[in-house]
Write a protein that binds this ligand. Structure first.
Ligand code: PLP
Length: 381
């Protein structure tokens, strides 16, 4: 049915004509906490908005369709979504996570989950030989970012998934950087996809939301139970903002990728820039694997400055680009991972993986590309 439609059409039609009583093109915002029942034992299908809300349900349906899952649960933030994964595990279980990963996810696993007995370890999933050396039978799941944040390392999802299958290990992919428009891990065999919808899905740096999308009905049921039990749900209004954002995901992502590709190439030639990390560059070590599992290079890139002291200059001098945490919006943002997104990762681990003081991350937006290049040019000095 909808599988035959292109992703462009699915996103453009996100939530249209869901209210057949009025024919509203845009999904109405059901700003209500609770729902009246016609009589004892009867329900409209909605009881209380923590459990289910019509606007949120439309968003969840769209997300499940986009990722090719059976169901989705939408949360108030990406971290609330990732927190809900706890329901799938027991004390003593170990989860192996990408060693180069969003700092908030690291903080959650180390400072919250570990205390309750859910253990974590960190693996370089881009090194399949290292992954295959895994002997710890307590490892119940892999939690993978590809590309990783902020070093844009690529994991061969098919290979890791095949190995995980042989060991009965659940594969969870944080697909925030690529979005289902560009990469669909469930179709490659992953079990669960999580999102910080705050980023590309919403796309305008104007709301927080997160999601868990499952391939399997049992896992989906558990996540949905957790969502209701813990209550970290996204509000009706933010669900609507998310739906509105998703409608333009395809054109936003296309444009941002185009800008990012040009900027990455320009940076590689710019004096004062030591190294550029971007899967779209011809010499990126994961390029072939990336394009075997994704349809585009994405619009996040990181770069190292030759002179670490120049970092301050770049951050203070950018004008069109804003110095701010986050990514995936229409506006370009520059981030300093060491003190922002990855501040919670201990210095020793940061150093080992290469998140050092000379590294900047750029989330490229949809502005005029010449303006962005000119801005970087004057800021790098
Ligand atoms: C931002 C982000 C998160 C956390 O999401 P929030 O919506 O900020 O809670 C998780 N994973 C990745 C890759 C992110 O970029």
């Amino acid at each position: 049915m909808t599988d035959q439609k292109s992703l462009e059409t699915i996103v453009a039609h996100a939530g249209i004509l869901t209210d057949l009583t009025t024919g509203a093109i845009s999904t109405p915002i059901y700003q209500t906490a609770t729902f009246g029942h016609p009589e004892l034992g009867k329900s409209t299908g909605y009881d209380y908005s923590r459990t289910a809300n019509p606007t949120r349900c439309v968003l969840e349906k769209v997300l499940a369709e986009l990722e090719g899952g059976v169901d989705a649960s939408a949360f108030a933030s990406g971290m609330a979504a990732i927190t809900s994964l706890q329901v799938l595990f027991s004390p003593g279980d170990v989860i192996a996570l990408s060693d180069d990963l969003y700092g908030g996810t690291y903080r959650l696993f180390e400072k919250i989950f570990r205390h309750w007995g859910l253990q974590s370890e960190y693996l370089d999933f881009t090194n399949i030989a290292e992954v295959k050396k895994l002997t710890d039978a307590r490892v119940r799941a892999f939690f993978i970012e590809t590309p990783t944040n902020p070093l844009m390392k690529i994991t061969d999802l098919k290979k890791v998934i095949a190995f995980a299958r042989s060991r009965n290990i659940l594969v969870i992919v944080d697909n925030t950087f690529m979005t289902p428009y560009c990469q669909r891990p469930l179709l490659l065999g992953a079990d669960i996809v999580v999102h910080s919808g705050t980023k590309y899905l919403s796309g305008h740096n104007d709301t927080l939301f997160g999601a868990v999308i499952s391939k399997d009905i049992d896992a989906a049921g558990k996540i949905s139970f957790m969502q209701n039990a813990t209550g970290g749900v996204v509000s009706p209004f933010d669900s609507w903002l998310a739906l509105r954002g998703i409608k333009t995901l395809a054109i936003r992502f296309d444009r941002a990728q185009e800008n990012a590709s040009r900027i990455a190439r320009w940076l590689t030639k710019r004096k004062g820039v030591k190294k550029v990390y971007y899967p779209g560059l011809p010499d990126h070590p994961g390029r072939t694997i990336h394009f075997g599992q994704a349809t585009g290079p994405g619009a996040i890139l990181s770069f190292r400055l030759a002179d670490k002291k120049a970092v301050r200059r770049v951050i203070n001098f950018v004008e069109t680009i804003t110095f701010a945490e986050s990514l995936g919006g229409v506006e370009s943002l520059i981030t300093y991972p060491v003190t922002q997104t990855h501040a919670d990762i201990p210095e020793s681990l940061r150093k080992r993986i290469g998140i050092t003081g000379d590294l900047l991350r750029l989330s490229v937006g949809i502005e005029g590309c010449d303006d962005l290049i000119a801005d970087l040019d004057q800021a790098i000095g």
